[in-house]
Structure formats: C-alpha cells, structure tokens
Design a protein around this ligand. Sequence first.
Ligand code: AMP
Length: 172
Amino acid sequence: MEQIKAAIRTIPDFPKPGIQFKDITPLLADGDLFRQTIDAFKTRHADQEIDVVVGIEARGFIFASALAYALGAGTCLVRKPGKLPHTVHRQTYDLEYGTDAVEIHSDAFRPGQKILIIDDVLATGGTVAATIQLIQSHFDVEITEINFLLELVSLGGRKKIPSLPVHALIRY
Ligand code: AMP
C-alpha cells in the first residue's frame, strides 16, 4: 500500500486555490500498481457475490469497470446531468456555492441485487452521499460497501455516509 500511496501526487491549488488535488494518473500508468490496487478491492469482495459495481463520474469509472471485471459483476455509471441517454433518476446536492446533481438510468438494477459503490477520492462526501440517496430512493438493492482509493480524513466525508460500511485503501 505504501507503493500505491507513493504513486499518487499532490498538486497544490488545482483546480482552485486552496485545493490539494490528489492526482492518481501516475498510479494508473503503472501496470503493477494498478493491478495491486484492483486486487486489493477484489480481495475484500471476493466472497460476496456482488451483482453490480457502481462507479461515480469520472475517475470512479476506472475502478468500477476493472473491479467489476475482476469480480465477474456488471458495472453501472452514475453521471453528471445530461450525459445518460435513457430515462434517469436525479439527485441534487449542495456545493459550497450552488448545487450539483447526479443521475442514474431508471433501469440500472433489478430488485434484490447486491451492489458496491466506488470512487477515487472521498473528500467532503457530498457526491457519494447524493449517489447513495439516489440509489436508495429508487431501487430495492443492498449496498454492500462504499469503497474509495483514498480518503481525505480531515474533510470529514464519512459523516455524510451514516449506517453504511465505508472502506478506503489509503487515508490522508
Ligand atoms: P466530495 O463530494 O467533496 O467528496 O468530492 C468527491 C469528488 O471530487 C470525487 O469524485 C473526487 O474525484 C473529486 N475530488 C474532491 N476533492 C479532491 C481532491 N482533493 N483531489 C482529487 N479529487 C478530488
């Protein structure tokens, strides 16, 4: 895990002043480290018979698709508004200034399916909280766990995810 952590670089003041952006592209570019990362998630869920791995736009897709392949599960896209072509459900959420939203196809899951949600970074938790609300308000599925490559602990994102298991491979 130390090697994986060392392959993530911090870019100060991107995309705005004050943000310490965690750039995972060096990790993604290293075949061994990327495989180790996906294997670490796979090991957690190998016996759980996950039906669908949900990825949150955009870097969540990278981990969701590779993990879904490794688990023999399907994958599902949670996207920013206006990107999904079929009928959608939408959940808005508050940002520091204004609001944003996430959408999912209205036929994303079948009742009773076991799903996992994955994204690259847990920061304030707003995006993942909206994703959970989006799924729980429209679908009768079991959310097994919420996974992140890395968690920025000081931002307190976990507090926005009550009553569901959360796991991050790396914590800052
Ligand atoms: P949040 O809703 O604040 O938890 O932010 C979640 C989304 O924003 C994640 O999907 C990340 O991709 C991205 N994000 C937020 N903060 C950072 C950061 N410091 N470095 C890289 N990505 C970030």
